[in-house]
Write a protein that binds this ligand. Sequence first.
Ligand code: NAP
Ligand code: G3H
Length: 479
Amino acid sequence: MQKVKSKYQFLVNGEWSDGTSNKWVDIFSPETNEVVGSVPAMTQEEVDKAVRLAKEAQQTWADTAVHERSNLLYKWADKLEERKQEIGEMIANEVGKSPSSAIGEVVRTAEIIRYTAEEGVRIHGELMKGDSFPGGSKNKLALIQKEPLGVVLAISPFNYPVNLAAAKIAPALIAGNTVVFKPATQGAISGLLMIQALVDAGLPKSVVNVVTGRGSEIGDFVVTHSLIDMISFTGGTKTGQDIAQKAKMIPLVLELGGKDPALVLEDADIEQAAAQIIGGAFSYSGQRCTAIKKVFVLDSVADDLVSKLTEKVTQLKVGKASEEATVVPLINERAADFVEGLISDAKEKGAKIVTGGDRTGNFIEPTLIDNVTPNMDIAWEEQFGPALPIIRVSSVFEAIELEKKSEFGLQASIFTKNTQDAFTIASKLNVGTVQLNGKPERGPDHFPFLGVKNSGLGVQGIGRSIESMMRDKVMVINL
Ligand code: NAP
Ligand code: G3H
């Protein structure tokens, strides 16, 4: 890849290019507001070429032995790890994450790629005998092979620009698909550096093509392109819903927004619950799909919980991501406007701001909001920022009934010492994952990861992601 005065190029057909639009999208550091670099705003013709060439390359890639595809992934993982410092620094600059967590993201990504390389070689299909169905015949055998879908469009969000991109690209590749990768604009340079490592590992031409430019400009074109065979998208619920409405009749995996609740019961270890809730709600300023975004607490332990949460919030390191702070400026001013609006709405409607509440530029103080009630927007909307609403409830039943009304269903945490109660409550929560006495999180990355309701469609997690990018091909042998 050529980098001229912080201009980074896109990749199509094994060639890095500035493109022909002569238009560049500047990427601003959330911390300094300085331009980190620019990526080309690709034209529709260029995006079209990226998709067509990925389609042309797909059969040859599918015919490549699985162990060779796996070897490419192992090499990619090694190259990424060799460059963890460089790529980590770029992630930190582009999306305002602390250097240690950005480098950690690169290492975690290498581990995901290696696990995918290992998992993918063990996919062997299935054999079914005809006589297990009433009236079926022993003379019929079904050979069920697993085939790739074709060209996978991978669209990733800003908050994990390397991890959540590779978690789509690696399974697509091991399954024999080619990929058109559209990184989030904020995070695009990190995505391009990650792909540079893949090119250096020996990526054949057009097995992955990268398209850059704003989603609002090239998104509809690429999503509705007739040669795209599957879309794997991670991002906001509204964007995901738009994509689902526009995409043709192709498989979709959507990882969308969340409003993960923590339910704190009367017998919970309040100290442990408070520590988990603070970590879950405030790391990277709450800009994680799996951040704890509301707390339901039983009245009898609410004062104790709020006091422990308050103590812990005041101990959080606040300030610059580059100085390893936990609560850092948000990705942009628009995100801060949104969080500020939710805090003001809660305040106006009678909630109590226990700590924080102020804003400077795109920085929002870590904010605890007590006595939040269902008429307040922050009880329902995904804040994606460092403001945590506490909803006091008189019974577990009340918490469950409120949770049922949420449009989201990613994860939920239950804090209790009574495992029996935890299972009963978990069975009533309409979410992808319930965590017992721990904060919501995606990892370990081989666990299934999914959202229900407006939090998503389909399942990720290494094995499930590979499956989602393959289809059955059945051959019936009539003996
Ligand atoms: P976003 O604004 O929805 O953007 C996500 C991606 O979609 C970006 O690459 C964006 O490109 C692209 N895009 C925008 N408009 C598009 C269109 N019309 N067609 C196709 N693509 C389009 O989300 P974000 O702000 O980056 O990420 C934050 C959200 O993601 C939060 O809601 C969070 O909960 C969710 N998230 C969910 C998970 C999960 O696993 N469930 C994980 C991480 C994040 P541009 O950047 O160029 O606009
Ligand atoms: O933002 C969504 C990520 O998938 C969350 O991953 O739970 O490891 O922070 P995490």
